[in-house]
Design a protein around this ligand. Structure first.
Ligand code: HEM
Ligand SMILES: *[C@@H]1O[C@H](CO)[C@@H](O)[C@H](O)[C@H]1NC(C)=O
Ligand SMILES: *[C@@H]1O[C@H](CO)[C@@H](O)[C@H](O)[C@H]1NC(C)=O
Ligand SMILES: *[C@@H]1O[C@H](CO)[C@@H](O)[C@H](O)[C@H]1NC(C)=O
Length: 528
């Protein structure tokens, strides 16, 4: 076939189908343009009517938003997502910026305490968790962490009393786990080791004990040559399975409405393993007689045993326990790891902290462990400052977001000087980045990037500019619990070890942001 007849053929073929082709094709394009155009016109009309102006547009995102998404993925894989947000907001002094995915989905990013307060508190009912329930349901079902509306209200009402002060005072149950943790550290003989890995195991051990009544003892390993103190079916798999499941939950959350694309076999299998162990404990508790329940609650506070007094629905019990586990376990491990990283880099802070602990509770073998209580830990002001400062620089949830349930507004950040409200159409996303809020020089001064616990000694009221535990009706239920556990662990380590050496950690650390933030590379220390 000659070249020209080939072209002729194509040509005539093209001409034959062209009328049909252009018809549906152009109708579709015109329909989309009209749809997007009218949507944006209505939005503009609503926005003007309410006296709103947009904040600066994030130009790098383009029309589709895809370039910004790709950049975010790159930074995330580098361990630099939070630092990227930090740098980027330096270009936006009025603390809010937006992008618009193909003209269809408006996403406003804000670090402005006034706007965060609106989303979390004063306009609480204008916002929801969006698709979080669908993202997390395969592992977490229906619980306080995943539900909105009445389901959330009921969960909160049921769980809240369990977090009352007296009930979180049981620091004593932590000590046996500290003993095992300290054995691991001592076994390293001042050689370099990763403390974060041990903290992850420590917190899964303490969390399972507090929630289920028995620990999975993931810290007991062959290196220690200790007998397992209990025998729970499926225990060996639990810590790893929970870890892997959580990673997939985070992946699904990042996928937003395309979450269903992330549903691999490994995820399902790990969920099964986690559910298996949770179910074992729930069934066990449901089979207790009231007397047995009292007997087992006697020497410590067990969450499951208290919940069983309120509901006997096994699914409710399992879901709520796993919800609390997700909320409380990695967050605490992260806080402990970042604290020890900063203490190892700041010998003066470490020795000042040790001094406070030793004055109050003694040291080494002479430590007065019995005197370390919820109340007495509160008196250790410097310890509290160290933890506050760590959570400022490394908030466990550095980036969070809410979805608008109706057409609404944010109070500030719009217009040229940032003083106008911002229009938020129903369904759009408001992402708030406390990681940056905690580093704003307006609130924390020129040295806001530095670790200085002393700054908390005479800090002016910060209000919504300091928000490691969130605020408003969904404020963290475990705040006191977490601070008490972290204080106890740091105090005990300060008693047991005099020397803390930083061993070549990258600084500022690379951060891994799954559901919560921890150290991408671990925390390498020498301790004796
Ligand atoms: C360093 C430790 C912790 C930090 C920084 C922290 C932070 C947070 C944050 C930011 C939220 C809000 C999440 C959102 O609404 O999107 C939250 C919620 C929650 N946290 Fe914590 N948390 C910590 C430890 C704990 C612990 C140890 C527990 C339980 C034992 C716990 C239980 C909860 C619960 C149940 C919620 C959901 C509250 C609700 O939605 O009503 N947290 N936490
Ligand atoms: C919200 O705004 C959309 C357009 O953005 C409009 O179609 C809808 O009617 C508005 N809803 C209310 C309740 O005003
Ligand atoms: C869980 O995963 C984190 C990183 O995602 C890792 O640092 C940690 O060691 C893991 N913990 C366990 C108990 O497997
Ligand atoms: C917006 O930023 C500019 C430049 O930093 C500042 O002068 C102005 O006061 C800011 N507006 C508001 C409302 O904070």
């Amino acid at each position: 076939m000659s070249q020209s007849s080939f072209i002729n053929q194509i040509h005539s073929l093209g001409l034959e189908i062209l009328p049909y082709f252009t018809k549906w094709y152009s109708v579709l394009i015109i329909a989309i343009i009209v749809y997007i155009g009218s949507l944006n016109l209505i939005n503009l009309y609503n926005s003007n009517r309410l006296g709103c102006k947009n904040p600066p547009f994030y130009k790098k995102a383009g029309f589709t938003g895809v370039p910004a998404l790709l950049e975010a993925v790159k930074r995330k894989n580098n361990g630099r997502l939070a630092d990227w947000a930090d740098e980027t907001f330096d270009q936006f002094p009025n603390m809010s910026v937006y992008l618009n995915v193909c003209g269809l989905l408006k996403i406003v990013f804000t670090v402005d305490p006034e706007n965060i307060k609106a989303v979390l508190a004063t306009q609480f009912n204008d916002f929801s968790l969006g698709t979080r329930h669908e993202h997390f349901a395969p592992l977490l079902g229906d619980g306080i962490f995943t539900l909105d509306g009445n389901g959330w209200k009921d969960s909160r009402a049921m769980l809240r009393p369990q977090f009352a002060r007296e009930q979180i005072a049981h620091v004593k149950s932590l000590e046996p786990h500290i003993q095992v943790l300290a054995k691991h550290i001592k076994n390293n003989n001042f050689k370099t080791f990763d403390l974060q890995e041990l903290f992850f195991r420590f917190t899964v051990d303490t969390a399972t004990e507090f929630l289920f009544g028995e620990s999975v003892h993931s810290l007991y390993d062959s290196k220690l040559g200790l007998e397992y103190p209990n025998n729970i079916p499926g225990r060996e798999n639990f810590a790893d399975a929970f870890n892997i499941s959580q990673k997939y939950l985070a992946d699904r959350a990042y996928m937003q409405m395309f979450y269903w694309l992330t549903n691999p076999k490994e995820f399902k299998e790990c969920n099964k393993k986690v559910h298996y162990l949770a179910k074992y404990f729930v069934d066990k508790a449901l089979n207790f007689t009231p007397e047995e329940l009292e007997e087992n609650s006697k020497d410590g506070y067990i969450f499951l045993y208290e919940l069983v007094k309120q509901t006997r629905d096994p699914k409710v019990l399992q879901d709520q326990l796993l919800n609390i586990m997700v909320a409380g376990r990695d967050t605490t491990a992260g806080l402990l790891s970042f604290t020890m990283l900063e203490l190892s880099r700041n010998p003066k802070v470490w020795s000042k902290l040790r001094q406070e602990i030793i004055e109050n509770f003694g040291e080494g073998e002479d430590a007065n462990i019995d005197e370390i209580t919820f109340e007495s830990l509160k008196k250790c002001k410097y310890l509290k400052s160290v933890l506050d400062e760590t959570l400022r620089l490394y908030p466990s949830v550095p980036i969070n977001f809410r979805t608008a349930t109706k057409n609404t507004t944010l109070p500030r950040g719009g217009g040229k000087d940032g003083s106008d409200p911002i229009y938020i159409p129903k369904g759009s996303t408001v992402a708030y980045t406390v990681y940056k809020t905690h580093r704003l020089t307006e609130y924390y001064g020129k040295d806001s990037g530095e670790f200085k616990p002393e700054r908390w000694e005479n800090m002016p009221r910060l209000g919504w500019a300091y928000l490691p535990f969130n605020g408003g009706p969904r404020i963290c239920l475990g705040q006191q619990f977490a601070l008490t556990e972290a204080s106890y662990v740091i105090a005990r380590l300060a008693q047991l070890f005099t020397t803390l050496e930083n061993r070549d950690n990258i600084y500022p650390p690379r951060k891994c942001i799954h559901l919560t933030m921890n150290l991408e590379d671990g925390v390498y220390l020498g301790m004796k």
